[in-house]
Ligand binder design. Sequence first.
Ligand code: ATP
Ligand code: MG
Length: 569
Amino acid sequence: MSNPSNTNPAAPAPSDFIRDIVAQHVAEGKYPRIHTRFPPEPNGYLHIGHAKSICLNFGIAREFGGICNLRMDDTNPTKEEVEYVESIQADVNWLIAGWADKELGLTPAKAPFYASDYFDQICEFAVVLIKKGKAFVCDMTPDQTDEFRRTGKASPFRDRSVEENLDLFTRMKAGEFPDGARVLRAKIIVDAPNIWLRDPLLYRIKHAEHHHTGAKWCIYPMYDFAHCLSDYLEGITHSICTLEFEVHRPLYDWILENLDLPRALPHQYEFAKLIPSHTIVSKRKLISLVNDKIVAGWDDPRLPTISGIRRRGVTAEAVRAFAYHIGVTKYISLTDVAVYEHAVREDLNRRSLRRLAVLRPIKVVLTNYPAGQTEELEAVNNPEDENAGKRKIPFSRELFIERDDFAEVPPPKFFRLKPGGEVRLKYAYIIKCDEVVKDAAGNITELRCTADLDSKTGGATAGRKVKGTIHWVSAAHAVDAEVRLYDRLFTEAEPEKDGRDFKTVLNPKSLELVTAKCEPSLKDAKPELRYQFERLAYFCLDRDSAPGKLVFNRTITLKDTWAKEAQRA
Ligand code: ATP
Ligand code: MG
């Protein structure tokens, strides 16, 4: 039976400019072992963009027999929380599960590393720089510092003696000064063309508890100082990040090169981040969608967060296939979310169990079918997987079909059910609509039909063809399910185009709730399996389900309805 934990049939290993560099280094024997890292800041949940970076970093480790560390880049105590650390760990483990085979030397990201575990060593490195006359304590206000750096002017504190710097830094660490009173800065070039080399900040005072180090520290290293040193301390060989860090690279190198370190130094490589259409991937904005309750939480299936994607029913294999498909380049561009959706459909098509369910039911009574009779009809579980087997579905006199599959006044080329017309019920009989029953208000309450009892699928005269085939469930046997029909969260490809407020282009139809009538086998639906409700979409069981209460999430429709809309427009 299909199982979402199955690994992909051997996908060809991708190739890109970073992998080419790594392959070259492997060929040269430059490092004893390739070592990468994925370094999220635990100030939010991971999203599909991070997934690209995870697949790249863990993927390289996997393909080149190396190791990849998951490292919490936790240098900012005030924005970080344990909840984020835990979610990051869970998301990374989910995404690389089935990939993290020991023979390949891939660390399974079970026990993450923390930059904050290196605070003692990072602090000692700061002292080394001070002693070498390469760092100084600066008393300017943050605004003054910004202004001086912007205009390329030297701080009046730049030429403090080593002794004074050591004394002040020790007292900063001891908690003698309030937040913002002083910082430690590197002494590089005050008017360097690259602003990051203009005596950048290395340490700041923050009297704040840290989620991992508690109250131990009141000074915290800046990202640029902590990052290269964490890479060095972990023995990272290839420090891969997104393009906005390209301008930081000279500083990354300067810090490492000025510490006379004994071991090989890591090197930084940059690639273009993923910018998917019809969504947003800024952590700050995702937080605002959650806080403003526009979505139901971080794992709302409409969000591009890894936890949202997972809850929506997308598999890790699909995300990895997508990441491999889009590749890694230096060119920033918008990636049409349809590319992602295509990867999701391909994956679900392969693994999903086919089931019959009716989302918006209308009742059909087969007037020539005996009341009280039930037949078990045979249905294929997954035409894409011959091992998936077959199942029985009950058929009886009263059925539900999809309201959309009947038209009293059919448009041209309508091959489903219409008054006087015929249609095949999937796996069953051809039926003909004889009568439309309405209530006093004119709403259709029932369709009275006759079945051609010789036309049973697989039967002797089943060869008789009609143009349309529709799905159905037996009314007496149907089980109810709450079905959450998710769609894209934004109507526009670039929600923030030209400075627009992204909240003005939210898709009002991003979630619709219906109570579906499902074939009885769905009573035993399992959260780890994936389902295709035939002719409709792919679904998964939501974690809100309970015994006697089924809740399904629509992962994705069978066809790209957005492309059709765009063509029509
Ligand atoms: P912040 O604004 O909080 O820094 P961030 O998105 O950069 O947000 P990080 O936690 O710093 O988040 O990211 C961890 C890693 O993921 C970094 O190496 C970063 O380069 C990479 N990354 C972040 N966003 C994307 C993206 N959209 N595509 C690919 N990689 C990304
Ligand atoms: Mg970042």
